[in-house]
Design a protein around this ligand. Sequence first.
Ligand code: LIP
Length: 267
Amino acid sequence: MQDILSVFPDREVEEIIREASKIMLEADNHRMRVEKKDGAANFVTEYDVKVQRFLEEKFTALLPGCGFLAEEEGENENPLGDGYTFIIDPIDGTTNFMFGRRASCISVGVFYNRQALYGAVYDPYADRFYSAKAGQGAYLNGERIFTADRDPSVGIAYIGSAPYYREKTGRIIAETTYEILMHFGDIRRLGSAALEICSIASGEADVYCEPILSPWDHAAAGLILKEAGGIVTDYHGDPLGYNGPSSVLAATKASYDTAQNLLKGMV
Ligand code: LIP
């Protein structure tokens, strides 16, 4: 892994992501084409597709033969293969993006022979580029970032509402909200899992949890948080996979056990 890390073109990948973000910034929120996907309130805009196609074209030119596991379009039969695989959410926080709520990002996780190699989450509205290479720390706009060491009783916890699966998760969210609120300082919800997880990496929050989340939502931010000193598992404390949706718990070391004890029986 060290050899591939030393030659991985992270600067070129960052430049491609920054270039792709211009598609988001130039979007016309009032006239964009929107299609409905499976699940309640689950949408894809023409810009999600444009960003994904741009990224796939540029990453293929940069690293010929690379594979993709991406949210929009195309089949993802074999998510992680030999060599490079990009796990992409072209616009994480699509509903925010549709409504002009500037809380969305581009999320790109890069794997090599099924091992997490690099993660990048870029919020173009705030110009915050989170990144990490395996074993080499986490960064926000080039500055090292680290998780906080706060007592859970004052910590901030993001609760993802898994709105596309509300028939299955509605009551879980209600119970989770009660338990988390009774054990942490306060609760939040941004609507972008990648940004919520990255806010823990930069010390601005302490916990994120969501009962059902797709691999493209957490692949990049999960590596960034681990490299910042955090912990990312499913609700049962097991490592996250990338073959389909799972529960996700992301937290600082100081808050992880409290949150995992509350969540392990929820799913
Ligand atoms: C969203 C996540 C969010 C989750 C939504 C959806 P999208 O990603 O960031 O945390 O609650 O169900 O998965 O669909 O906006 O890319």
